[in-house]
Write a protein that binds this ligand. Structure first.
Ligand code: NAP
Length: 482
């Protein structure tokens, strides 16, 4: 049973036009660690989405007319309330998603940091005055909010992925309709509870919960009152949304899947590389888009690295997310578990060797042991697809050129990592890797200050950083004769 300091934060209704709405249908949210029911949540379909869009559309002009400081002050109040309620929000997150409570606390803090950052950015959405092209001409550039923003977010970071979108949207004067994943709606509704307490006006922020992702997504994409879609999730769904947005040439930001290479050169600090690998590979039980998915180790240090990594698995305590000492929680679902097992059996049937782990844990139905696999080759599924689970596949390589080619041999281009202490190699490899984010001698790259996003089939646009607000603004060129 979920015990909260403030039980009113567990909100099972949707927030539409500033009103908490019940639906006659509900869906169950269960804790993946034990299968227990966490809550029954209002199940809205396209009608709920349409109502929220209408409310957001009606509220947008007024919200945009607030001064930047007024919007920033409200966002900062929201930020403060989130931090005041960080523990309860983390408990809700862990209950519905399963991640270790220490990671959930971190995620709430990380999400709040975007709200603060974009509250600060709101006051720096500067336009431009450009020298005119004729003697009587003056050129001005205005930056204006794009309008109503529709957001679709996944279960693996159910707070931070919303925060990274809603903060720049609201800071720039857009209004927002968010549809959280069916598995993790409560981390979204709690944000709306606190947004209301912070004084965000009615209609500016809407959260619509529901089980029919396709129907709700289609309404968001095809409703002409929505000016922009921002999505985080798989490349497959990103492509569907792009097609649905083609009808009215809707703007899109897409944060999609990855297949991150993690490269260890023979001049690297091996202990530092192990530490980075543990963070990058096993955070959230391997269910992150920036997870190390393919670990390439140069032949001279391969055996040493493999042994150290396998030994380090014993420190990764598997358990219920609510326990403070847990490092590896459950996988999100049976489908997620089936994919992990499929990748493992495909790899071992083609010659990969299990160094440690390699099976379900006895902690519960969805728990899988952290696993290290050696002798992995290019023809295995684990090399081509995101595994989204706690398996670390190791590949041996000989030369720099070879590993760059192998690292880039994927349709994805989100994050990559490499370890080296050779300065000229660091430059050369950084420039050659076809990825939106490069971690050099670090396995932890997510930050509020850096532009997060991918190339190739990993997405369009950037989130966070001074660039993250651009996607929510339109430029207006004014040509004035004086
Ligand atoms: P997913 O299946 O694409 O789901 C993502 C979101 O889209 C969920 O809210 C889902 O709803 C919804 N959805 C599913 N089908 C839809 C449709 N036809 N129309 C509209 N919405 C639809 O992805 P996932 O497997 O849950 O999440 C993991 C993926 O997200 C991985 O590929 C991961 O790499 C990626 N990801 C990327 C980033 C990034 O920043 N690049 C960050 C985190 C995760 P339901 O869940 O309710 O079905």
């Amino acid at each position: 049973m979920l015990k909260l300091n403030d039980p009113t934060l567990l909100e099972t209704r949707s927030f539409i036009g500033g009103v908490w709405e019940n639906s006659k249908n509900t869906f169950d949210v269960v804790n993946p660690a034990d299968g227990n029911l966490v809550a029954k949540v209002a199940d809205f379909g396209k009608t709920g989405v349409r109502k929220a869009i209408d409310a957001a559309y009606a509220a947008q002009k007024d919200w945009a007319a607030y001064t930047a400081k007024e919007r920033a002050d409200i966002l900062l109040k929201w930020h403060d309330l989130i931090l005041e309620n960080q523990e309860d929000m983390a408990q809700i997150l862990t209950a519905e998603m399963g991640k270790p409570i220490t990671e959930a606390r971190g995620e709430i803090g990380y999400g709040a940091s975007f709200i603060r950052w974009f509250a600060e950015e709101a006051r720096r959405i500067d336009g431009d005055i450009i020298p005119g092209h004729q003697r009587d001409k003056r050129i001005l550039v205005l930056k204006q909010p794009i309008g109503v923003v529709g957001s679709i977010t996944p279960w693996n970071f159910p707070n931070a992925m919303i925060a990274r979108k809603v903060a720049p949207a609201l800071a720039s004067g857009c209004t927002f309709v968010g549809r959280p994943a069916e598995l993790t709606p409560l981390s979204a509704t709690v944000m709306a509870v606190l947004a209301e307490r912070a004084g965000i006006p009615k209609g500016v922020l809407n959260i619509v919960t529901g089980s029919d992702a396709a129907e709700m997504g289609k309404e968001l994409c095809e409703n002409t009152k929505v000016q922009k879609i921002t999505f985080t999730g798989s490349t497959r769904v990103g492509s569907i949304l792009m097609q649905q947005c083609a009808g009215d040439i809707k703007k899109l930001s897409l944060e999609l899947g990855g297949n991150a290479p993690f490269i260890v050169f023979d001049d690297a600090d091996i202990d530092k590389a192990i530490e980075g690998c543990l963070i990058s590979k096993f955070r959230n039980a391997g269910q992150t888009c920036v997870c190390a998915n393919r670990i390439y180790v140069q032949s001279a240090v391969y055996d040493k690295f493999a042994k150290k990594l396998a030994d380090a698995m014993s420190d990764l305590k598997i358990g219920h997310g609510s326990e403070d000492t847990t490092k590896i929680g459950p996988l999100i679902s049976k489908t997620g578990l089936a994919k992990v097992e499929d990748h493992l059996s495909d790899a071992t049937s083609k010659g990969a060797k299990v160094l440690t782990g390699g099976k379900r844990s006895d902690k519960g139905e969805l728990f899988f042991e952290p696993t290290v696999l050696a002798d992995v080759t290019n023809d295995m599924k684990i090399t081509r697809e995101e595994t989204f689970g706690p398996i670390a596949p190791l590949y041996k390589f000989e030369t720099e050129d070879e590993v760059i080619e192998r690292a880039n041999d994927t349709e994805f281009g989100l994050a990559c990592y490499f370890y080296s202490n050779d300065l000229s190699r660091v430059w050369k490899v950084t420039e050659a890797l076809e990825y939106g984010i490069v971690g050099v001698n670090t396995g932890l790259i997510s930050s509020t200050e850096g532009p997060f996003g991918g190339v190739k089939q990993s997405g369009l646009g950037r989130e966070g950083s001074k660039y993250g607000i651009d996607d929510f603004l339109e430029l207006k060129y004014v040509c004035m004769s004086v």
